[in-house]
Design a protein around this ligand. Structure first.
Ligand SMILES: Nc1nc2c(c(=O)[nH]1)N[C@H]1C(S)=C(S)[C@@H](COP(=O)(O)O)O[C@H]1N2
Ligand SMILES: [Mo]
Length: 317
């Protein structure tokens, strides 16, 4: 079985330039955080979120960003997989609009020293919001380039002081049948659950996204917060998260339960390992006609290859 040998220089350290940029971004984003907080305190969250999407203004662009052409906003927000709102990709843009975004809390618990439940508006103020333009690839064979706004997931996870015994993190999406009628169909085992190894979760490329294209996250894209792991297939990016649990053993995920032979825990983008129904060798960017080659780890091998040194990625798919 082939073993994975990572490229020789892992570029996963954050540069001083990145730190400098993100501090400046924080100064600008702090303003919005307090507006959102005030609205929440006054119970205006629901009314406010029914208005046009809140703008975050110009933020610093993370050096982890790609300079490839960005997928048009209308494609990013009208071609979605969000099965709680229907299995048709055009459906969530309509059916998710009734999702209530305030109040919203995220519980972090499990193997941690300080379990906490954090309000979404306090999460917005945890770390400087940065623009991260990432390539995204769905296992179905389409891909896009999305200008996310987010914070490093590590900034959120550190709030609860994970114990040494915590080796994996499990993410749970909201499951509210009253707001998500499509969950009456048992296409997946709800709540939508995903997982990462702790070192993957702490990697500087992994973000909790709170917005895209300079605005707060549209509901169909997983508002008010969703995971983005750019070197893994799209389904690892759980949407509308309400709970993050630190565990010792590899957690089962909704997709693994639905089809263990089709979906593995790692789900790293890998052109050499096909899904039983879809080739992973090539992909089609939304809005483009010709297919392009899929890159190992979706083009992020320099940064993440070291995480999988010596692993058999055909077995650990
Ligand atoms: N809760 C939840 N999260 C989810 C999904 C879902 O059905 N429910 N679909 C996943 C899949 S398969 C993909 S490709 C991405 C799509 O994200 P996007 O619509 O923002 O492009 O979300 C992922 N996160
Ligand atoms: Mo997907």
């Amino acid at each position: 079985m082939p073993r994975y040998t990572p490229p020789s220089h892992a570029a996963s350290e954050i540069t001083p330039r990145a730190l400098f940029d993100s501090r400046r971004a924080f100064i600008r984003s702090a303003g919005l955080g307090s507006i959102a907080l005030a609205a929440g305190a006054l119970g205006l969250g629901r009314a406010a979120s029914a208005l046009a999407a809140q703008k975050f203004g110009a933020l610093e662009r993370s050096p982890f960003s790609t300079d490839e052409k960005q997928t048009p906003y209308k494609d990013v927000t009208n071609y979605n997989n969000f099965y709680e709102f229907g299995t048709d990709k055009r459906e969530p843009a309509q059916s998710a609009q009734s999702l209530r975004l305030r109040p919203w809390t995220v519980t972090l618990d499990g193997l941690v020293a300080r379990p906490r439940t954090l309000d979404i508006d306090s999460i917005l103020r945890l770390a400087p919001l940065e623009e991260r333009i990432y390539r995204m690839r769905c296992v179905e064979g389409w891909s896009m380039v999305v200008p996310w706004l987010g914070i490093p997931l590590a900034a959120l996870l550190k709030q609860v002081e994970p114990l040494g015994s915590a080796r994996y993190v499990e993410f749970q999406s909201l499951h509210d049948p009253a707001q998500m009628p499509a969950t009456r169909l048992r296409v997946l085992d709800w709540p939508y659950t995903e997982g990462l190894r702790l070192d993957e979760a702490m990697h500087p490329l992994t973000i909790m996204a709170l917005g895209l294209y300079g605005e707060e996250l549209p509901r169909q894209n997983g508002a008010p917060l969703r995971l983005v792991v750019p070197w893994k297939y799209g389904y690892k990016g759980a949407k509308s998260i309400v709970r993050i649990r630190f565990v010792e053993r590899e957690p089962a995920t909704s997709w693994m339960r639905a089809g263990p032979s089709e979906y593995g825990f790692y789900s790293n983008v890998n052109p050499g390992v096909d899904h039983p129904r879809w080739s992973q060798a090539t992909e089609r960017r939304l809005g483009e006609f010709l297919k392009r080659k899929t890159l190992m780890f979706n083009g992020y091998a320099e940064q993440v290859g070291q995480l999988y040194a010596g692993m058999d990625l055909r077995r650990n798919f």
